[in-house]
Write a new protein. Structure first.
Length: 313
């Protein structure tokens, strides 16, 4: 396996994997294990840093063949335009099949009801859209980019996270994964979420992106943007968010640590305009990206776990 650029060359008679190589090897193994055990997997892609790394790991696992699964994006319709443009360019370069599951279609069909008001968001509506798409296409496994360091509920999840025929997750009914052995057996109607980078940290992800020279959406680097402040977070001024009296947009140098719906994803003040500067900035922070920039995780202390029990990513 190729070691990350810039890593020291090792004696071929005494080869030891670096930290990133070990993580990469584990993730590649999981990709191949799912492809061998399950019949109809899909890779969930948001356009964010974690799913960009997932695509590179899938390349390492299966190239020069095509991926043995399609790529699927659950599109709220309120995503950052820079991310959607990046998604389309990347998928075109890879030459893989993209499925777009639309929250707007779910609204139009009456499957979900759109929230109204200044704090309205389509983020929670993604769950129904995702579960409907999984059922429609018959997927029995869905790769996701969740990591254990993101949030307490995700720290409870195994590499293989089983969902019942309603798409629900019960943290008390997870299967043991001793010695990295994974049981992919499922019954009709069930599926499994698989998290190949669960053991990675945010810093690992950024170091891997630098080592592999991966492109990322421009919103991850410091740039001037019209924002407004609400509940201690900086939101992008956009047509999708209704301002509350007293909220005044202003321009600031910001970047994003995570990609999501514009209505619930906050920016951080930053001057990190290169990937190397982002790595330095992440190495010095003590707040997780979701804890600092995702409003949907602040509703209650158990907000993420509640959503995951319902079928969320």
């Amino acid at each position: 396996m190729r070691h990350p650029r810039g890593a020291a060359k090792l004696n071929p008679l005494h080869y030891e994997l670096s930290h990133l190589e070990s993580l990469e090897a584990e993730s590649v193994y999981i990709f191949r294990e799912v492809a061998a055990e399950l019949e109809h997997p899909v890779l969930l892609f948001s356009g964010g840093k974690d799913s960009i790394v997932l695509l590179r790991l899938a390349e390492k696992a299966f190239r020069p063949a095509r991926f043995p699964f399609p790529i699927m994006h659950v599109d709220t319709g309120h995503n950052f335009p820079e991310v959607i443009e990046f998604r389309d360019r990347l998928i075109e370069r890879l030459g893989e099949r993209l499925i777009v599951a639309s929250v707007q279609d779910s609204i139009d069909k009456g499957r979900v009801v759109e929230e109204r008001g200044p704090r309205a968001s389509r983020n929670r509506l993604q769950t129904t859209t995702l579960l409907d798409a999984i059922a429609e296409h018959g997927f029995d496994a869905a790769f996701g980019g969740a990591r254990r360091d993101e949030e307490r509920a995700r720290a409870k999840e195994r590499m293989f996270s089983f969902r019942d025929d309603f798409g629900q997750w019960d943290p008390k009914r997870q299967r043991p994964e001793l010695w990295s052995l994974y049981n992919g057996r499922i019954r009709r109607g069930e599926h499994v979420r698989v998290f190949p980078i669960s053991n990675w940290t945010e810093l690992d992800v950024w170091q891997y992106i630098v080592a592999e020279r991966l492109a990322v959406p421009s919103i991850y680097l410091a740039h001037p943007r019209r924002v407004f402040q609400r509940d201690g977070m900086l939101y992008a001024h956009s047509p999708y968010v209704e301002l509350i009296e007293g909220e005044v947009p202003f321009e600031a140098s910001v970047r994003y640590r995570t990609v999501g719906d514009m209505t619930c994803t906050g920016a951080v003040r930053s001057g990190a305009a290169t990937l190397e500067q982002v790595v330095s900035e992440i190495a010095s922070t003590r707040i997780t990206e979701r804890g600092e920039t995702r409003a949907d995780d602040r509703v209650t202390e158990a907000a993420m776990e509640d959503r995951k029990r319902e079928g969320y990513f």
